[in-house]
Design a protein around this ligand. Structure first.
Ligand code: ADE
Length: 224
């Protein structure tokens, strides 16, 4: 899978993408990440990428030309299955959306900043507008990192234990059961006996019970 990210702050991505699962996905050749600085596509003498909003109002608006130039150049090089725009007024991201996006071959992600992007960018170039939650970040970059992380870890071959993405919270519409490791007794706080019993079938039943109980207690909306 190839993901192209269009941003005014390319340096924000370097640390995050150089570590852990995303790094491993790239190392294994399962994920290709390309970061594009929108400013490089400005033909303006001062490399401007934003301007005052027509009709007045607070904040600056990202201009269409540099964004359009970047998107059109990339689209001239290969087919893209989707062009995403990170924005708080988009559809809320969830595991189902991550699963669906992970099936794409090539995907572009546009990160917004300032007061937003010129509406014509959305009309002409964007297939899907995605929010990571009902709060406003200073830009779409951190939201884009979240999307890339959630998608990268479910690309087949990225996680070592192939079943581990399948047992994540939300993958089956339920929260995950509690997990434990050594010591079996920490200052009198014991691991449930069942997990030490060796009865594989009973352990699976216990895990499912725990999942249902947790989901009922913490996220009843998932059961509705
Ligand atoms: N940009 C600013 N806030 C955002 C949010 N909540 N989700 C996605 N992109 C954003």
């Amino acid at each position: 899978m190839r993901i192209d990210i269009l941003t005014l702050f390319p340096d924000m991505f370097t640390g995050v993408f150089a570590h852990s699962i995303i790094h491993r996905a790239v190392e294994r050749g399962l994920l290709e990440l390309h970061i594009h600085n929108i400013r490089d596509y400005s033909t303006d003498r001062h490399h401007r990428v934003d301007d005052y909003p027509f009709g007045g109002g607070a904040g600056m608006v990202m201009m269409i030309e540099p964004i359009a130039a970047c998107i059109e150049q990339l689209k001239g090089e290969r087919h893209y299955d989707a062009v995403l725009f990170m924005t708080p007024d988009g559809k809320t991201f969830n595991q189902q959306k991550a699963n669906r996006l992970s099936l794409h071959k090539n995907m572009m992600v546009l990160c917004g900043h300032y007061k937003g992007v010129d509406e014509r960018v959305r009309e002409l170039f964007i297939d899907e507008e995605i929010s990571i939650g009902d709060y406003v970040l200073s830009g779409g970059e951190i939201a884009a990192m979240i999307i890339v992380d959630a998608v990268a870890r479910i690309i087949p071959g990225v996680l070592n234990d192939e079943t581990s993405a399948l047992t994540d919270s939300f993958q089956d519409g339920l929260l995950s059961p509690p997990v434990y490791t050594r010591p079996a007794d920490y200052q009198g706080h014991k691991v449930p006996d069942i997990l030490l019993s060796g009865h594989a079938k009973k352990i699976e039943e216990w895990k499912t019970e725990q999942q249902l109980a947790r989901t009922q207690a913490r996220r009843p909306d998932l059961l509705a």
